[in-house]
Design a protein around this ligand. Sequence first.
Ligand code: F6R
Length: 239
Amino acid sequence: MNIKVCRNYDEMSEKAARMICAVMTLKPDCTLGLATGSTPVGMYKRLIAMYESGELDFSRVRSYNLDEYYPIKPTDPQSYRYFMNVNLFDHVNIDRANTHVPNGEAADPDAECRAYDEEVSRAGIDIQVLGIGRNGHIGFNEPSDRLTAATHLTALSESTIEANSRFFASPEEVPHHALTMGLAPIMKSKRIIILVSGKDKHDALSALLSGVIDTSVPATVLNMHPDVTVICDEAAYNG
Ligand code: F6R
């Protein structure tokens, strides 16, 4: 596992954007695995700036997002589809048909998850961007004594509902379920970058860096992947 400790959030965001830029430059028709949440917002801002300056071209890029609340409409401002539109897709020349977020309105969520897995597997993710939950989740693969390989419908943990309530008017409004890419498709990505910012992620980051694989900190499975770069800030690293 490569570790890059950055001075602060801005430097972390810049480094992450540079890594995506390198992949897109080498392979203009690459497939990106994308995350939502507060951590990658700075990276998306830099990617938009690189597009505006002519450094990046998204016209042949495909993307697959990690997760979506369930049930939720794509037009709901709290949905991850909406988040991606506002934070990246609306500002770059990506073909909207080439962007994929699990369908939070699927009548049959299991079928939706199976189809998503098949598509991701066919596309092959060149670089997967991950954040990490305070509880060590990646995507919405929550701590448990059993982890699920395939993309699946999951109940969000109390800790995740509480952490995500900052985006909602009240904790009662946070959806209790989500569709999440499972650990298998995440681990099949050719390269993974995981962004970690802030003191409150220190324990999860320490567990990840300990090299011990522990299902109560799902991110620790990344220790089995051959090409993971942890990009963190000093606050997360030092605690
Ligand atoms: C989001 C996702 C989650 C977040 C994690 C951290 O698509 O998959 O695992 O990366 O909950 O969220 P923030 O960045 O808001 O702390």
